[in-house]
Design a protein around this ligand. Sequence first.
Ligand code: ATP
Length: 298
Amino acid sequence: MTSTLTISHLTKTYDGVNALSDVSLSVEPGERVALLGHNGAGKSTLMKVILGLIQPNGGEVTVCGAKPGQAAARAKVAYLPENATFHSAVTGLEQITYYMRLRNLDASGAMELLDRVGLSAAAKRRIGTYSKGMRQRVGLAQALIGHPSLLVLDEPTSGLDPVSRRDFYELLDGLAAEGAAILLSSHALTEVEARTDRLLILSGGRMVAEGTLSDLRREAALPVSMHITALNGYSADIMDALPNAIRVGDALHISCNQDDKLATLAEISALRGKVADLEVIPPSLEDIYSHFSRRDGQ
Ligand code: ATP
C-alpha cells in the first residue's frame, strides 16, 4: 500500500530556532493519526509544510506522491483550522457553493456535502446564527470539497461540547472508512486515545514517540501505583510487611515497576486478613504524555 503522506528527515529552522528537527513519519490511507505536543512543539509548522505553505530547510515530504504545494498535492489535501471563521451574513449553502465554484467544480453537490456533515436542515440559514460546532462542520464540508485523500485538522474539536465532539469524530470515522488519511492535532488526550489509530508526540521540534497508546505505555514503563485500605488497626502491620509503602491520609500507597507488579500483588494478597480494599492505578495518559514530552530535558 502506498502511504498517503510520507515525511522523512524533515527540518525547519526559523531565524536559528529549530522548529522541526529530523522528523520522519507516514500516514496510510484510512488511518487516523493524532499529533500531540506542547505549545511551540512544532505541530503548526509541520502542518504548514504538508500544506506547502512554507518550505522546509531539509528532508523530503510527499502527499499522494507529489511535493507539497504542487497542484497534484494541493488537489488531494484539505485543511481545517482550529477556529474556522466565515462571513456571518452568508448561508452555509452559499459558502460551500462559492468554494466549489472557486475550484471549478459543479456546485450542485454543495447540499450533499452539507448533508454529509449534518447541516442540511440549517443550510439556508445565515452562518451568523450557527453554533461553534455547526461552524466547524461548515469548515469540514469545505475541507471535503473535491474528495481529499489527506485531511489535516488543527485542533478540530477545541471548544466543542462532548456531543458535538463525538459527532465530529463519527464523521471522521466515516471518512477514514472510505480511505481518507487523517492527521489531526489535539491537546485532548483522552479523546484522541479513543478516536485515533496512532499517536505521534512532538517535543521541541523532535518526534519523541510514535505508536498506539499501549505501545507508548509499554515503552514509557512508568511505575504502577497501588492504594491499600487497611482493615481497622492493621495499617502498622501492613507498613511493616511492605517497607516501600507510604501513608497518604487513611490509605497506604505503594508504587512499583511494571515488571514487579505481580510480585507486589502477591505480597499484598498474603496480607488478606489485614487488607480491606486494594486499587491498582496504571499510569494515566497525562503521565505517559508528560514522560515523552519532557524527555531530552524539554
Ligand atoms: P501551538 O500548540 O502553540 O500552536 P505548535 O506546536 O503549533 O504550537 P509552532 O507554531 O509550529 O508550534 O512553533 C514551533 C517553534 O517555531 C516555536 O518555537 C515557535 O516560536 C517557532 N516559530 C513558529 N513560527 C515562527 C515564525 N514565523 N518565525 C519565527 N519562529 C517561529
